[in-house]
Write a protein that binds this ligand. Structure first.
Ligand code: BMA
Length: 331
């Protein structure tokens, strides 16, 4: 029904940084000369640390990861050297879309790997690495999704939460998007966001369907954006939703603080949708792809990829965004 129509969605509550994009390709470094996008961020109370996906050539389209940091959240200083390079077998076709979480005082990055050993069948998995304090060393902890299927958009909750598996205990939780878990057996018609529970960060033992596409602007598929952010209202989950005509927008929901399987509130409108030139036109057109979220003194900084070409920023007061989600709640 919507196939041939370009739908223009109303824009949300976030304000774009007027000096967007905040990072553009750097022609003097071969590895980031063509595109820099989909950046992970982590605020340590002093600095915003950023890992971003970088493309240096279109022949093989292999992604690498660069590092940048900022004192104010707006202007970023980049390191010249590649921060994280695909060197292992399972990374050999690239490492993409990092997401940063701090858990029990350690920094972790989940990242998409395109690997040879899944190339004959599914091609996309997610791996985990622990990151040292100055983001110069990545201790690889292996692939954390099942090798039998494509699974990306994996993000980790920053703390352990009450377990469903082990009464009275606590577990690690994650969000993930198994592409093939679609159909009657799974209760969904298109790729959806699942909640994972586990006793270790490197495996998932229990899966619960959390959110499936509900609205026109996310009808094709949805996937988690940045790791959930703890607020007094619940876990703030920002995700991407893709329409049938392949417009990528950002959506938002709030999960119960002690039971992340419970959706408190879900916004029926996108909170940000491609509108500007740098979101509408790039290596893949019409893409807003959120991957980083920081709360800096009550102001939310949402970092996102624009059209698979540049890194961008949009901000909102935390309370305003929460109010907007409640006002447009569909649950
Ligand atoms: C997704 C991922 C993202 C990308 C988006 C839009 O499937 O590959 O890295 O930004 O598509 O092309």
């Amino acid at each position: 029904m919507y196939n041939n129509i370009i739908i223009v969605y109303e824009n949300g509550i976030l304000k774009r940084y007027p000096k967007n994009p905040i990072l553009t390709p750097n022609k003097s470094n071969w590895w980031e000369s063509q595109a820099v996008f989909n950046c992970a961020t982590l605020y340590d109370g002093n600095k915003v640390h950023m890992l971003y996906r970088a493309i240096g050539e279109y022949e093989n389209y292999i992604s690498r990861i660069g590092y940048a940091s900022s004192r104010d959240g707006y202007s970023f200083k980049r390191r010249n050297k590649i921060a994280f390079d695909p060197i292992l077998d399972y990374e050999q076709f690239g490492i993409e879309d990092p997401r940063l979480s701090k858990i029990e005082d350690k920094t972790y990055v989940t990242y998409v790997v395109l690997s040879q050993h899944v190339k004959a069948g599914p091609a996309v998995s997610t791996a985990l690495a622990a990151v040292n304090k100055d983001y110069s060393h990545f201790e690889r902890l292996g692939i954390i999704t099942s090798k039998e299927m494509d699974n990306k958009d994996v993000v980790l909750f920053p703390e352990k939460l009450p377990s469903k598996l082990n009464k009275g205990g606590k577990s690690f939780f994650s969000l993930h998007r198994p592409s093939s878990w679609v159909g009657k057996a799974y209760g969904v018609d298109s790729p959806s966001i699942w909640l994972g529970e586990s006793s270790q960060l490197t495996t998932v033992e229990e899966h619960t369907l959390l959110m499936k596409p509900e609205f026109e602007w996310e009808q094709l598929k949805i996937g988690a954006g940045p790791p959930p952010l703890k607020t007094k209202y619940g876990w703030l989950v920002i995700y991407h939703g893709v329409s049938l005509d392949r417009i990528y927008s950002a959506g938002a929901a709030i999960l119960d603080l002690n039971n992340p399987a419970k959706i408190v509130c879900r916004c029926n409108k996108p909170i940000l949708t491609p509108t500007t030139e740098y979101e509408k036109s790039g290596d893949v057109d019409n893409v807003v792809f959120p991957t980083g979220l920081c709360n800096i003194d009550g102001e939310l900084f949402l970092y996102y990829g624009g059209a698979d070409k540049v890194c961008c920023l949009a901000t909102a007061e935390l309370d305003d965004l929460i109010q907007y989600i409640f006002q447009n709640n569909e649950i």
